[in-house]
Design a protein around this ligand. Structure first.
Ligand SMILES: N[C@@H](CCC(=O)N[C@@H](CS)C(=O)NCC(=O)O)C(=O)O
Length: 208
């Protein structure tokens, strides 16, 4: 049985979505963020030393880090769905977006989140962060264009990875002017499997 250690309002929502797209059985162990610090409870460190979400167990295996979890589940259970053939140009694009989501796109989002909390003290950092937001979100917006998916013409694991940084950015007001990205997010949120994942995971404030 696959178990998802699911932290409220977090990246683990994307794993529930993926499992719903794959039609797999799974169970959820829920964790609540601390109301003041937003941090995960200490008990999550009992599953993996980092104490971050998502983390899954599958039998006696523990997999942490969302990109690794997405790749693991698709390779093990995808039966040729949700990823392109490895000898195609699309596969290279799939790898790019799969790793870009956490490796690059989340950085300006997290910087914005933390620096906003500094108020006036954070002001000197604003120009650099703003230019990185424009650089990265402008890149994503252009690369996506009018298409419905980041790779090819069907959903892949890369979309499941990419949706979280876009959701987090939109919740901070960073998607204004990036119309392709906003339209893309709305379409992802309409997917029945996405909705089922939110139903099973409980309240998800980023899914609007
Ligand atoms: N790059 C990691 C990031 C993991 C991460 O930072 N998760 C957040 C939730 S979105 C978390 O667990 N935060 C709670 C904490 O740091 O205590 C991944 O994609 O799995």
């Amino acid at each position: 049985m696959i178990t998802v250690h699911h932290l409220s309002n977090s990246r683990s929502q994307r794993i529930l979505w993926l499992l719903e797209e794959l039609g797999l059985d799974y169970e959820i162990v829920s964790y609540q963020r601390d109301a003041t610090t937003s941090l995960a409870p200490e008990s999550l460190k009992g599953v993996h030393p980092l104490g971050k979400s998502p983390v899954i167990t599958d039998g006696n295996r523990t997999v942490a880090e969302s990109g690794a979890i997405v790749e693991y589940l698709i390779r093990k259970y995808g039966r040729d769905r949700l990823m392109p053939d490895e000898d195609t140009a699309e596969f290279v694009s799939y790898l790019h977006w799969m790793h870009y989501a956490e490796g690059s796109a989340m950085l300006p989002v997290m910087l914005s989140l933390y620096v906003m909390r500094l108020g006036e003290a954070g002001k000197p950092l604003h120009p650099r962060i703003e230019s990185e937001v424009q650089n990265h979100f402008g890149y994503m917006n252009e690369a996506l264009g009018p298409r419905d998916f980041f790779v090819g013409d069907t959903l892949t694991g890369a979309d499941i990875q990419m949706t979280f940084p876009l959701e987090a950015a939109r919740s901070l007001g960073l998607l204004k002017g990036f119309e392709n990205l906003g339209r893309y997010l709305d379409k992802m949120h309409e997917r029945p499997a996405y909705k089922r994942g939110v139903e099973r995971g409980g309240q998800y404030d980023l899914g609007n």
